[in-house]
Design a protein around this ligand. Structure first.
Ligand SMILES: Nc1ncnc2c1ncn2[C@@H]1O[C@H](COP(=O)(O)OP(=O)(O)OP(=O)(O)O)[C@@H](O)[C@H]1O
Length: 239
């Protein structure tokens, strides 16, 4: 514990010649949840893609545990503890629940530990345990969300990058997902960067709120301040 697991300094990135992120600075302390919020097109998804190595920064630095990630291959990022659950979730419909989960542990050399991690995920997500032989496309939206999250967790990440986990889910399932994140933070010291449209749910679970606007960080503040200060909320979040 202690210190920042993730540090981002003056980060810039975009798609080909189109710049999207400008001069992004942020810090996420170990064992905390940071909610990244902001309007459509603010650059939240692009930020996660850049952090997980899918997009190459055009400027700036990303540090994990104080170590610069520049030039680190994506599979090495996973070994160093980073897991990205993208928007749309990427569950493979033609594979079973169990096969999807095993994909998340493929890179682990220690097969026994990988098996334990799989058991843990089944304990965490009871419906997946009951449907382990079902195909991905047979699952409900909530179950697919669990599977995507479960697949990231079998790799025992230290930093979880989560893009819109509540998209298309019933409020009850959203609440369960947020409660799970809180539990993983408290029990295992997991650090989470959570991109959410559902600002209230995100701020309810987060320690820090990072408001993005037009590819920049407009405000980074304790989530409690964003929750409780009506003026701040009005100025930055419009409600
Ligand atoms: N694959 C892409 N190619 C080119 N431009 C893109 C691509 N993906 C996103 N963009 C552009 O980058 C900008 C930021 O998009 P991004 O998806 O990161 O925003 P966001 O804050 O996640 O919004 P949303 O909540 O709508 O997903 C937008 O102007 C978008 O049009």
């Amino acid at each position: 514990m202690g210190g920042d697991l993730l540090t981002v300094e003056a980060l810039a990135a975009g798609y080909g010649p189109v710049p999207v992120l400008h001069d992004v600075d942020l810090r996420v302390p170990t064992g905390t949840i940071a909610a990244v919020i902001g309007a459509n097109g603010a650059g939240k998804t692009t930020l996660l893609r850049t952090l997980s190595g899918m997009l190459r920064p055009t400027a700036g630095r990303i540090l994990l545990d104080g170590r610069d990630l520049r030039g680190t291959p994506v599979e090495q990022l996973v070994r160093r503890g980073m897991a990205h659950v993208p928007e749309g979730r990427g569950v493979i419909g033609e594979l079973t629940v169990e096969e999807n989960l095993r994909l998340g542990a493929l890179w682990r050399r220690d097969r026994t530990a990988a098996g334990h991690a799989l058991d843990e995920v089944y304990q965490l997500f009871e419906p997946l345990a009951r449907r382990r032989r079902h195909l991905g496309h047979q699952l409900s939206g909530g179950e697919r969300q669990m599977l995507a999250l479960g697949r990231a967790l079998v790799g025992r990440p230290r930093l979880l990058l989560l893009d819109e986990p509540s998209l298309g889910l019933a409020p009850r399932v959203v609440a369960q997902t947020m409660a799970l994140l809180r539990r993983l933070r408290d029990d295992t010291g997991l650090t989470v960067l959570l991109v959410e449209q559902n600002v209230r749910s995100a701020l309810a679970v987060a320690d820090q709120g990072i408001v993005m606007s037009l590819g920049r960080v407009a405000l980074a503040a304790p989530a409690a301040r964003l929750r409780d200060d009506a003026d701040l909320r009005h100025a930055y979040l419009g409600f």
